[in-house]
Design a protein around this ligand. Structure first.
Ligand SMILES: [Zn+2]
Ligand SMILES: [Zn+2]
Length: 91
């Protein structure tokens, strides 16, 4: 049993999976680029499709909210990009 040092809750961005569907290709793993920027998701057989530069063709990215842990400290501010306890646990 792991020792919990601060209260945590499941990450609702990734449903506690630790990863999220790639925001660039929406999981398609390939995209169409326009002027070097992703225009839309694409299928691999499309002539101009290239591997998604965001997820490197995985179709998913490490959850930006929880950093892949699937857990957030209780009271976490969504969108803050910082998965840290608001009030450091004194232990
Ligand atoms: Zn992608
Ligand atoms: Zn998450």
């Amino acid at each position: 049993m792991l020792k919990v040092t601060a209260p945590v809750e499941n990450c609702t961005i990734c449903d506690a999976r630790g990863w999220a569907v790639c925001p660039t290709c929406s999981g398609a793993t390939y995209v169409i680029l326009l002027g070097g920027r992703p225009l839309r998701s694409a299928a691999s057989f499309e002539p101009d499709a290239v591997r998604c530069p965001t997820c490197h063709s995985y179709g998913a990215v490490v959850c930006p909210e929880c950093g892949g842990s699937g857990r957030l400290y209780q009271g976490h501010e969504y969108g803050s990009g910082r998965n840290k306890p608001l009030h450091p646990h004194s232990g």
